[in-house]
Design a protein around this ligand. Structure first.
Ligand code: F6P
Length: 323
């Protein structure tokens, strides 16, 4: 272990995701286990720039492993995109003698991490976002919980859809990525799944719904990723062109809350621990990643490369099963 590493800081940035607290806990406890001083930075890069640090102890992360959100709080920071903001952040770290920074967040947060790394700060990114849209890792912290939340919500919506013989358009998050819609749609048996990665044709959807109706199936769920278009517009068009009784539900930020699933708890603990190991080994400019069912470290730049291809086979399977 290089003898220079004495103190590190951790922050959460961008949209929160279930499991971030488990990752914070892992960073703090693993750091203390290895005799490091560990600081928590409040409100992401905003807090880094404005000096909102607090030294963490074992008790600071007690009773949070199972809780959603982030005890460090989070923010999106336009100032961090500027050279002045980055300079202030670096000064705050140097002033406290902090040798390494762990950034838990999505690819926007990793841009800030990369900028600090380019200016000599030792940085490790931990992918935390419900969107699962970061290249180089098969999973991001929070995705599994969000998918489970959608499946649970859709099963409730299906109850009322069945009773009223309605077609529900359910919009889920994911920015420009259809992973939540795909996985949740397959798991809950959605009749159609609309994602930004694959163009859709309203006529095909209507044909499918009519085929279902002829078989006596008078309710349907269409799961739409937010990046695939407006659920309200789709609902209107569908009603106008098919006459089906249609309702729209936007699941929204419900998907960002809740206790992390066991998978997210394990992933977040593993990634938090790995991030500290990377710093202890004297490495920097890295990201923790879940590859071939193992937590590992990869260069941070991979996060900005081409994303894992959309799982077309799973999408086609979902279509075949919802015939
Ligand atoms: O990146 C996570 C995410 O929840 C996206 O799925 C969504 O598009 C966005 O954040 C919403 O951001 P905000 O909470 O700032 O409205």
């Amino acid at each position: 272990m290089p003898d220079t590493l004495k103190s590190i800081a951790v922050l959460t940035s961008g949209g929160d995701a279930p499991g971030m607290n488990a990752a914070i806990r892992a960073v703090v406890r693993k750091g203390i286990y290895h005799d490091l001083k560990v600081y928590g930075v409040k409100r992401g890069f905003e807090g880094l720039i404005h000096g909102e640090f607090r030294e963490m102890n074992l008790g600071s992360v007690a009773d949070i492993v199972h809780r959603g959100g982030t005890v460090l709080m989070t923010a999106r920071s336009p100032e961090m995109k500027t050279q002045e903001g980055q300079q202030k952040a670096i000064e705050q770290l140097r002033m406290r003698g902090i040798d390494g920074l762990i950034v838990i967040g999505g690819d926007g947060s990793f841009r800030g991490a990369q900028a600090l790394s380019a200016q000599g700060i030792k940085v490790v990114g931990v992918p935390g976002t419900i969107d699962n849209d970061i290249a180089g890792t098969d999973l991001t912290i929070g995705f599994d919980t969000a998918v489970n939340t959608v499946v649970e919500a859709v099963s409730k919506i299906r109850d009322t859809a069945t009773s009223h013989e309605r077609t529900f358009i359910v919009e889920v998050m994911g920015r420009d990525c259809g992973s939540i819609a795909l996985q949740a749609g397959l798991a809950c048996g959605a009749e159609s799944i609309l994602v930004p990665e694959i163009p859709f044709d309203l006529d095909d959807i209507i044909t499918k719904l009519r085929r279902g109706h002829r078989r006596g199936k008078n309710h349907s769920i269409i799961l739409v990723a937010e990046g695939a278009g407006s659920a309200y517009k789709l609902g209107e068009d569908l009603h106008t062109r098919s006459g089906f009784d249609t309702r729209v539900t936007i699941l929204g930020h419900l998907q960002r809350g809740g206790n992390p699933s066991a998978l997210d708890g394990v992933l977040a603990s593993g990634m938090g621990g790995k991030a500290v190991e990377i710093l202890l080994a004297g490495e920097s400019d890295m990201m923790t990643a879940y590859v071939n069912q193992e937590v590992t470290g990869v260069p941070l730049s991979i996060a900005f490369g081409p994303r894992r291809p959309f799982n077309r086979a799973l999408y086609d399977l979902a279509g075949e099963l919802a015939i």
